[in-house]
Design a protein around this ligand. Structure first.
Ligand SMILES: Cc1cc2nc3c(=O)[nH]c(=O)nc-3n(C[C@H](O)[C@H](O)[C@H](O)COP(=O)(O)OP(=O)(O)OC[C@H]3O[C@@H](n4cnc5c(N)ncnc54)[C@H](O)[C@@H]3O)c2cc1C
Length: 455
């Protein structure tokens, strides 16, 4: 927020009490009350984003159903600040699948530690948050009460709910827990909300600048994000069944199966990495459509994979004399990555001028999209020896060859990347001529792959 003082104003200890939408001005008016003085102010806004959690008043105001279930399963959560003399605790998250009391422990920032314990249906919530009970539970997990301060002990109910509509076709959207509450077993609650905000921010920016008409573009928000949340919810529910069984026989069978499965290196590697978590790629939304492809490009997609709608890799690249991560070069707007436009000696290949012409690199649209052009080269000669394709191009060396996964041999290739770092489209050889028009059409007409999704 410090970086953008002219755009971000933080007001705290205030509650939104009322929302009104004016169809003529297309502005929302919020009535906001100071929780101490009870005085109220009004704010008018072009767009309203309900990031107000699972009990969202914005969602209620939108009158969209929030279907699923809440509170079938309850957990006790205990947070403590560890003193300097506290004995070391595991520095990783641990689910303990003990049928007598499934539990979870993990370190959290600012020298805090968290323990969570499943409640059984017959247990009294007041009794469970008593200091005696909490002490008895956490000391069994390695806590030393002499050297910690408990800062939170509360009960929460697991929720599994998704709002039907995340955008009301006017100016109001929901993100985070206001739009979806997923069970916690994959630890993806907060990331889902952050993905929502990344997806939405650049779309609202384009609408505010008048570059794109709002409804079409904003309708792609839920179209892209909802399938990810549904997958997280399903996988998390399944993980919960595995973790939380109270039946000792079922737990024994589970443990035996898991023991043998984890002897398989591939399964172990998957379990130890984030491989269990669903990928965030989206199948339909704001990306270059398959439908306009030729049979050759269809064949290419089958052979090499279709990366449109995938999060772009984040390799190390050399820029100037420094090693950076790719997204430091891509910046906050759209980006166009240009591959194989140079010969091995660094000079520009014959077809480069025609292809740059087809890309319309000087067109106003690229400027409106705050586009950065990035020429990706192999680290076989020093970066200074590569001929720059265009004065605005940054040159980066793909030192780990991670970007090679998108290419087909040495054919020139262009990747158009959205501000949230999802690939809009990968264009090889002859397809490069489609890149500009495809993006331009998608910006002006919104969703490029499917009919609009309105619940
Ligand atoms: C015990 C527990 C453990 C969790 N563990 C994890 C985990 O390990 N990993 C993970 O990813 N997720 C975890 N989650 C889920 C995660 O906390 C949520 O997904 C995340 O906080 C959602 O963020 P949010 O900003 O959408 O909503 P919230 O964090 O609920 O924030 C909403 C904010 O809006 C404010 N607000 C509400 N109404 C109004 C109003 N009318 N006016 C003004 N302000 C308002 C609220 O005061 C609040 O500050 C856990 C949740 C719980 C309860």
């Amino acid at each position: 927020m410090k970086r953008y003082p002219e755009y971000v104003h933080l007001i705290t200890n205030q509650e939104v009490k009322d929302i009104k939408y004016d169809e003529v001005s297309r502005l929302s008016t919020l009535t906001i009350q100071d929780k101490s003085s009870m005085s109220t102010i009004s704010i008018k806004t072009d767009y309203l984003i309900g990031a107000d959690g699972s009990s969202s008043m914005v969602r209620k105001w939108m009158s969209t159903p929030f279907t699923g279930h809440s509170g079938h399963l309850k957990w006790l959560v205990v947070d403590a600040v560890l003193g300097p003399k506290h004995p070391p605790l595991p520095h990783y998250m641990q689910f303990v699948n003990d049928p007598s009391r499934p539990k979870l422990s993990l370190p959290i920032p600012h020298n805090r530690y968290r323990w969570e314990f499943v409640l059984f249906p017959d247990e009294d919530e007041k009794d469970m948050v008593s200091l005696d009970k909490v002490t008895s539970l956490i000391t069994k997990c390695g806590a030393d009460m002499e050297h910690l301060d408990i800062v939170r002990k509360s009960i929460y109910g697991v929720q599994n709910r998704i709002a039907h509509q995340w955008y009301n076709n006017e100016n109001t959207m929901l993100i985070g827990d206001a739009a979806h509450c997923v069970p916690p077993f994959l630890g993806l609650g907060i990331s889902s909300g952050m993905r929502d905000s990344m997806n939405l921010a650049w779309k609202i920016n384009l609408c505010l600048k008048g570059v794109a008409p709002p409804r079409h573009l904003l309708n792609t928000y839920m179209e892209e994000r909802k399938p990810d949340v549904v997958q997280i919810s399903e996988r998390s529910t399944n993980a919960g069944h595995i973790i939380m069984t109270h039946n000792r026989v079922v737990a024994l069978i589970r443990d035996i199966i898991l023991f043998f499965l984890l002897l398989i290196p591939f399964v172990k590697a998957l379990a130890m990495s984030s491989g269990m978590k669903p990928s965030t790629n989206f199948a339909s939304g704001f990306k270059h459509p398959r439908k306009s492809k030729t049979w050759r490009s269809h064949l290419g997609s089958l052979m090499y994979g279709d990366f449109n709608g995938h999060l772009i890799a984040q390799p190390r690249v050399v820029h100037g004399e420094r090693v950076k991560l790719l997204d430091e070069i891509l910046g906050l707007g759209f980006s166009v990555l240009l591959f194989n436009f140079n010969r091995k000696d660094g000079t520009v290949c014959d077809s480069a001028a025609v292809m740059l012409d087809q890309l319309k690199v000087d067109d106003m649209l690229w400027k409106k999209l705050s586009t950065s052009f990035v020429q990706v080269v192999k680290p076989n000669i020093h970066a200074l020896h590569w001929t720059r394709l265009h004065p605005s191009c940054n040159i980066v060396e793909d030192i780990d060859d991670h970007l090679d996964q998108y290419s087909r041999g040495s054919t020139p290739m262009v990747i158009v990347v959205r501000p949230d770092k999802y690939i809009y489209g990968v264009f090889h050889g002859d397809e490069i001529e489609q890149a500009f028009q495809s993006l331009s059409d998608a910006i002006t007409s919104g969703s490029s792959t499917t009919s609009l999704l309105v619940n």
